[in-house]
Every structure is written in C-alpha cells, then in structure tokens.
Write a protein that binds this ligand. Structure first.
Ligand code: ADP
Ligand code: ZN
Ligand code: ZN
Length: 747
C-alpha cells in the first residue's frame, strides 16, 4: 500500500508539473485513489487546502521527516476534475509516459494571456436621478461626465470600449462616477463561440426501421442504467449520423451531455450544420485550428453547463461535462484516434474507460469497423448493431477490378486503366462527376513487380520490406535486410522497383487525357491555406469541375450526389505498408472510397486498379463483404498472434548519437532476454532490435524493439520495469525511451 501521495493544489495553474508530496497517514493508506480530493496543510502557515491526488507511490522524493501529512478526504460530490485526473492515471498506467504528460492531456490548462473579457459600463441609478445629475454636470461644464450620462441614458449598459473610444471618456472619469455611485463597471467573460453565425432550423428526418431499432436498443439500455459499448456497423450512406443525433437528443433531454468524436478530416461544415440544426447554441466544436484560449473557452462553456454536445477530434474526449451520458465515436476505425504524442492513448479505449467512470454509453460507428472492435463485438464485449441498407434502399455501387498486370501485358503503361478511361469518358459526356482517389498511405517505398504484382516481403514477419535511402530492403520488425533484386524472383521481369505516384503527376496525366474536363486536386499542398479545403469541396459540390483528384482527404464524410464514378488508382499502396494492418487499411479505404459513388439519384460505379486482384482485402472489398473480410483477417492475426488476438508493445530508443541509441536498445533487449532465461515472462516474444520505420528524424537515430504477448498486463509490467531501469541508469542520459502499446501508426 502506497505511503506517499503526490498532489496538485491548483489545476488552473499554468504549470501542472508542480506536484507536492505528502505522507499518507495509516488510517488512509489503501483508501486513497488517484483523482481524489483531499485536505492537506499548504504553504508556510500550513493553511488547510484542498488538493487532488495525482500519484500514489512508495518512494519518497524528499526527506521523510519534512513531509507533511494528508489530513483527510473531502467528502461530498466528486468534481469533474477528479474523474479526469483518475482517467489520466489510467492512461499513464496503460500507455506509459509521465503523469504530467497525462494530466496535460486531460485537463485544459488556463491560459491567462488569451482570456478575453467583455467589460460593460452600467448605470445603476434611476433615469430620473441620472437626468438630475446630467443637468448639474452641464451647468458645471463637466462635459465628459455629461457625455457619458447622455450615452448611458440612450443605451444601458454600454460596452467599455464604446465608452472609452467612441464617447472618448477617460478611465479616470469612469472611476470617479463609479465612486459617486452613479454607475458600475461589470466584467463578463466573453466566450468565443466557434459556431458564431450559423442558423438553426429544426429539421427532422423520420428514421427508417433499421435506424429506429438501433436507437431503440441503445436508449432502452440507457434508460435502465445499463451502460454498454455498441458497435454500429452501417454501410456507407445508411444514415448513421441520423442515429447519433436522435440518440443524443434523448440523452440530452434526460439532462445529460454528449461527446461526439469525429476524425479531424471529416469535421466538415456539412456535419456540423446537421448537429447545429438540432442543438443550436448548445453544441460546440473543437478543432486543431483553434488557439489554446479558444479551446479553453469551449471547455469552460461545457463546465458551466452552457453546452450539451461537444463535437471534435480525439481531444474532445476530455470535455469536462459533469453529467456525461453518451460518447459517440464516428468512423471508429480511423488511425487518428490513436495519439502520436505521449501518452500514446487510443481514444476508443480511453472513451470506454471514461464512460465506465461516468456511467455513460459508448457508440462506435463505422461502415468498416476496425478488426479490433469487431473482434470485441464477436466476443460479446460490445453489442453489435447493424444497418445493412442504404437510405431509400439505394443500391451500393458496382465495383470493377482493373488488373494492372494485365494492362501492362496489353501495352497500356498509363496510370489509368482502359476500363477507367472508358467510364470517365461516359461520365464527362453525361455531365456527371468523377472522383479519383490515390492511396497515399504506405509511401514508405515497398518494392513490387509491375508485371506480376509480386511484393518483396520479410521471410520472418510476413510484412513488406521497405526500400531505404541506401537502396537496401529492410524489415521494420526484425531488421532483416536484403539487396534490391534486379529482376523479379517470381517472373524474372525487370519491371521491379519502388512504387511511386503523386496527386500532381496524376493531375497532369488526367488533364492531358481529358483536355476539356474541369479538374480539381485536393492534397496537402492545395489545402495548406486556411480555406483551401472548404473551397475545393464547395466548388466541386457546385459542379464547377468534372473530376476531383485527391488523397485520403476526399474519402471522408462528403455527400456529392452527382458523383457516379470513383476510381481507386493504386489500391495496393496501403496493402504493403510495413506493418500488419496493411490488409485492414486497404479494405477500409476501398470500401470508404467506393461509398462516395451513387449517393444521389443515379447509381454509382467504382474501378479498383490493382496489381493484386486476388488478395482477399481487394477481392472482398470489391464484393463489399465485410464479414468475410473480417473472418479471413482474424484468421491471419490468430496465426501470427497479432492484435487483437495478442498484444504488442513497441519500445523506441532515440538519440543524436546512433551508437548510443543502439547500445541502449541492446541493453534493454538483453535485460528482457535475461529475465526470459530465468524462466520469467513465459509466452513473450521479443522481436528485433531494428531500425524504426522512420530510422532518422532531424538527425536523431531511432531504434525499436517489439514485444508480443497474449496479456496486455504483462506488457505493462515490461514497460514499468524498463522505464524504471532507464531512470536509474546513467547510460540512458541523452537517450529518449518511449513505449507504444498495440501500435497503429508505428514509430
Ligand atoms: P452515413 O453516415 O451512414 O454514411 P449519413 O448519416 O450521412 O450516412 O446519411 C446519408 C444521407 O441520408 C444524408 O444525406 C442524410 O441526411 C440522409 N438520411 C439519413 N437518414 C435518413 C432518413 N431516415 N430519411 C431520409 N434521409 C435520411
Ligand atoms: Zn514479377
Ligand atoms: Zn522481419
């Protein structure tokens, strides 16, 4: 049982890393948990203060005799901060990093400088009395005072700036009249409302049978206090958003609040409008373009009870709603829900934990659920709800596969297959629109044969080898290297090399092939400017162009009714990312991209261009058969013991000094292997060390070591032991050691 508690006294303080250590008296040992509010003597006078416990430990950080004791636990209602601090504690334990990093993630830190206050000058006497005084001032030629009173008799109160700037009254005059008891200066925090001028109109959809059933099920459980996690699998265009909105409305009516997580990229005007129409001023958003002050304001509005619904990316999960009822995670399969900074938490898991603490339901929605979530649904940990049909029974688009190996054989070396070119011609003629999607994931440079589609893989790990700058091929899991073959080991063709294709290149090709067509391009270049993204989308929505070329960005959440053709130019690119998620990503991307076609009155068609038409991820995406895909994929994960069957932990060592990075990773690997030799850590596999996927960033060398085990808790143990080892040994000075559990994007 822990003997010491680290506490924070004031969480509005700019620096959360200021913790104070106290002794835990005997009678409270075992009672305290992270997040609890306690009473403790603070400062020189030993004044009794309230504090939050952020960490429990057995190691004193100061001389024990100098430590004061915790006096007691604060009874009564638990503030929302306690819950969030407890969540931070959970994150630290499950994902590593320091408690301060976890706290900084969950608690919005007040930024004094950016606070925006609105000041008002208010007349506090009767108009009769004011007029009397005005006459007096006029007689005495106190013109400034007279001007101010006249102003306030016209409009009461007046903004402070109007008084000082427009009426040209000095602060001295204002203060003097305040002292006379004529007026008062009031301060009101002006919270910036990011949705500003949107118009609310109550528009209601009548839910169809499948939608109503989903709402009904979740609501029935909720109203009985049975808070569960639901996986809502609904094909593209099946009306998942309408389900969320209906549910949230009921939850809000019961006096509770809702958080809606959306991948940043899908947080479009269209989506926000749909929520605003239903919840008006009671909904707010967060996004990465906001300043810290603006984000803080939104959190304050939530805490003050001015909001019912918060929409935003990952970080919106920490909105301080004190009576949270439901968390929705839309497009739950998206990688962006995994944090790439410390703590490297997964928003899905953290949401489930927050909901557990708060007594709230969680709804995960997707057309292509992550293998992880579907696995949990199969196991009964989540409740599976399905929307099989598109709204108004619109058919799903028809998908064709264009085999690029065949095209090469026929002498077509263009990036556009014959089939796609023909269909594009038709569409342009008919005045319908086309989206061309280029898959940019996995640009890490896998090597494949254009004649037969063969991909160079690691013989030990079954993931693609990546081409490094030195020309060598390498496995990011185990470090296996080989040289680039001159010809394909399968078919002896010399068309073997790294696969590369960019949006700009494709734009050129398309413009040349279809000179009359209007072409828009959306990628990181064209959207860098603030409005670039919305501008391109609205221009395409207004049918100012025939063809939209884009990366992942164009796949999400857009409804273009006139799009009847989608071309997926290089379906293979994501198949060969150098980790085990390749097939899953590919299936998701194709299905989501295909889902953009035929959402209006006209049915849609899709062309999937690929070198691997027989790969199950591609063949099953063509059939849009999620279940079959899942079964195949989970079989493969079982075979390899990859998550969600087992768990993985990646450890990164990084240093400017490459030798140091190598020695560190080897030392830590040795420590784990020694424990294994002593018969500990049964069932653990240690893979590597090797270079990280990105082997060098800004001259910092990065090495990784992988662990695989059935039990997440064993991996936590390894992390704890290695973390302590690192903290205690000087060898690790100037070496950064980080952990990533069940990695999604990798180091
Ligand atoms: P998803 O998120 O599943 O792809 P959306 O929620 O975006 O689907 O719905 C697709 C389209 O169908 C939207 O334009 C939406 O307004 C419309 N829609 C949803 N539910 C209904 C309904 N019950 N009746 C009519 N239209 C609906
Ligand atoms: Zn070949
Ligand atoms: Zn390997």
């Amino acid at each position: 049982m822990a003997k010491y508690a680290n506490v924070i006294i004031d969480i509005s303080h700019e620096k959360l890393d200021k913790t104070f250590q106290y002794k835990i008296p005997q009678n409270l040992q075992g009672e305290l948990t992270v997040g609890m509010q306690v009473e403790a003597p603070f400062g020189n006078g030993g004044r009794k203060s309230t504090a939050y416990v952020v960490e429990l430990t057995d190691t004193p950080e100061y001389e024990i005799s100098k430590l004061k004791e915790i006096e007691g636990i604060v009874a009564g209602s638990i503030p929302i901060e306690s819950q969030l601090i407890a969540l931070a504690g959970w994150m630290r334990k499950n994902y590593g990093g320091t408690m301060n990093q976890a706290l900084a993630t969950v608690l919005p830190v007040k930024q004094k400088s950016t606070e925006k206050k609105q000041r008002l000058v208010r007349l506090v006497v009767s108009p009769g009395r004011a007029k009397e005084q005005l006459a007096f001032f006029e007689k005495k030629h106190h013109t400034a005072r007279a001007r101010l009173l006249t102003g306030l008799l016209g409009q009461n109160p007046l903004p402070y700036e109007v008084v000082t700037k427009k009426l040209n009254i000095t602060p001295t005059v204002i203060r003097a009249m305040e002292e006379m008891g004529m007026l008062a200066v009031e301060e009101k925090r002006a919270y910036r409302n990011p949705l500003g001028e949107m118009k609310q109109e109550k528009k209601r959809l009548v839910l169809n049978r499948e939608q109503s059933q989903a709402v009904e099920r979740i609501w029935t459980d909720f109203s009985r206090g049975n808070y569960q996690t639901y996986l809502l699998r609904g094909v593209t265009g099946s009306g998942k958003t309408a389900v969320y909105i209906e549910l949230i409305e009921q939850v809000v009516e019961s006096g509770r609040q809702a958080i809606v997580l959306i991948p940043e990229i899908a947080l479009t005007y269209q989506t926000v409008v749909r929520f605003y129409q239903r919840f008006g001023e009671r909904v707010s958003i967060l996004n990465s373009k906001m300043s810290k002050g603006e984000r803080y304001d939104q959190f304050e509005r939530a805490k003050n009870g001015d909001l019912d619904v918060m929409i935003g990316p990952r970080s919106a999960l920490f909105t301080p709603f004190s009576n949270l009822g439901i968390i929705i995670i839309d497009e739950e399969h998206e990688n962006s829900y995994k944090s790439e900074t410390l703590p490297r938490y997964h928003a899905r898991e953290a949401a489930i934990e927050r909901a557990r603490m708060a007594g709230a339901s969680v709804v995960l929605g997707s057309a292509t659920p992550s293998v992880d979530s579907f696995y949990h649904a199969q196991k009964g940990n989540y409740i599976l709800l399905e929307l099989e049909k598109r709204i108004e029974e619109k058919p799903l688009p028809r998908c064709y596969i264009a085999d690029l190996r065949e095209e090469l054989r026929q002498g077509n070396r263009s990036i556009l297959s014959d089939k796609l070119q023909k269909l594009m011609e038709q569409r342009i003629e008919a005045g319908q629109q086309i989206m061309l999607f280029i898959n940019r994931r996995g640009m890490a440079g896998f090597v494949s044969c254009r004649a037969c589609g063969h991909v160079m893989k690691c013989p030990h790990c079954d993931v693609s080898l990546s081409q490094h700058n030195n020309g060598k091929l390498m496995c990011h899991y185990c470090g296996y290297t080989s040289s680039l073959p001159r010809e394909c080991p399968e078919c002896s063709s010399k068309y073997i090399g790294a696969f590369k294709a960019g949006t700009q290149k494709i734009e050129e090709i398309v413009k040349k092939r279809f000179p009359g067509a209007g072409v828009l391009r959306m990628d990181f270049d064209t959207t860098r400017k603030k409005e670039g993204y919305e501008k391109i989308l609205s221009s395409f929505a207004n049918q100012e162009a025939d063809i939209l070329i884009g990366t992942q960005m164009i796949v999400k959440g857009h409804d273009f009714p006139n799009v009847t053709l989608v071309g997926i130019l290089a379906a293979d690119l994501s198949l060969h990312v150098s980790d085990f998620h390749g097939a899953e990503r590919t299936f998701q991307l194709i299905t989501q991209a295909a889902g953009r076609a035929g959402r209006g009155k006209l049915p849609g068609e899709v062309v999937i261009q690929t070198y691997s038409p027989d790969h199950y991820a591609i063949a099953l995406a063509q059939k849009q058969d999620y279940k079959k895909f899942y079964e195949t994929e989970i079989g493969y994960r079982e075979l390899m013991r990859y998550p969600p069957i087992g768990h993985m932990l990646t450890m990164l060592t990084a240093s400017k000094d490459e030798l140091k990075a190598i020695l560190s990773v080897e030392l830590l690997a040795k420590k784990v292997r020694q424990a294994q030799e002593q018969g500990k850590l049964c069932g653990l596999s240690v893979i590597g060390p090797s270079d990280a996927g990105i082997a060098k960033v800004k001259d910092i060398y990065r090495k990784v070591l992988y662990f695989k085990h059935q039990d997440y808790s064993v991996l936590i143990q390894i992390k704890d032991v290695l973390e302590q080892f690192v903290n205690r040994h000087r060898e690790f000075q100037n070496v950064m050691v980080q952990f990533d559990f069940d990695p999604v994007n990798g180091f």
